[in-house]
Design a protein around this ligand. Sequence first.
Ligand SMILES: Cc1ncc(COP(=O)(O)O)c(C=O)c1O
Length: 414
Amino acid sequence: MQSSKFSIDKVRAQFPALNFKNKQQVFPIYFDGPGGTQMVQGCIDRMLEYIETGMANLHGTFSTSIKTDALLEEAKEAVGDLLNCPAEEVAFGQNMTSLAFQVSHSLRPLLKKGDEILVTQLDHRANVDPWIHLAKETGATVKWIPVDKERLVLDLSNLDALINEKTKVVGIGLSSNLTGTVSDAKRIFKAAKMVNAITIADAVHAVPHFLVDKQELGSDILFCSAYKFFGPHLGIAAIKKDLFEQLEIPKLKPAPNEIPYKLETGTQNHEAIAGLCGAIGFIEDLGSGENRRERLKSGMEAIEAHEEKLMNSLQTFLKSIPEIKLYRAPEDITKTPTFAFRTNGIHSREATKFFAEKFNLCIADGHFYASTMAEVFPVMETGGWIRIGFAPYNTLEEIEIFKKALKELLQRKT
Ligand SMILES: Cc1ncc(COP(=O)(O)O)c(C=O)c1O
């Protein structure tokens, strides 16, 4: 249900970067949401407010320290509502990748030689390599859920064999930062729980596009990154209490032993944590409801409804151009507004350079660290994929400019 509060003009007015012209005095068109969204004013305000009203380290008797303690708790409560998990399970870190490596180290004592770890071909390597590293350290074996090359979804036909009594860790991306495919993580985690495996969700590309429910998913560990949803560069981990308590995380002796603080090694980025509250507040303010979770749900629905319009427009266009090869799952599969495609005969870097220089279109190219996919589809010789990914501040008018740019690029070649 579209919230009546969603007004594209009001949304755009909250993103100062949209009004910052380049050297040629052209407004940028940000189509690299999956690489990182622009920062919302509410986030910037909270960061500035924290800095301008006095910063401090934790656990002091003086006012700015007391304020900082309260800020961290406020942010964890907000993340708890965003992900549907208790605030005490939420920890912050540098980024998702660093947190995943930290967690992978601390899972070591729970695995032994002969155990199995399951990862996927579709995922960003941040949800693959930490678990491969864990396998190397423990003698466990890595198994892969393959991608169905035709449908661009995970091929779950062999799931019963892939998840068995030896399976100890299962890492699944909720949605692909390359193709936008939303995977059936709930089904996979259910099978993993039947054999008591630890379930790990990479929600980095999911949180900006739909409401994630950690409890309903059945994930023990979930990661996301605030810079993908209008916030600062900050990693977030949510780890189920009983598992979190078991984890032996490398830490300094005087640092807290309690969850979630034991994962937060060193001093955190307090100003970014303040900004995160503003970013979550932006989603919440787009919605309505009795409590924050309800407002976040309806805010996300408003975002989804807007992004669906953008998605339909671009998809119809890309499918109509014979020189374009679109890597997109079929109609019956839920997808985020993230498109991967290639142009016949044009190197992807040449294309994005043209879009950037001539139209100030911010469009990325490459494998985006979903690099296993670039082995399955050997595309890197011609620059990998071109990726367009939307955020709530994008418009149909911006897509029209891209259509013009692409047509011009293709004409240049004929
Ligand atoms: C799906 C996905 N997972 C993980 C990551 C890694 O996140 P971070 O940059 O916070 O380490 C990214 C970053 O692009 C991503 O898109």
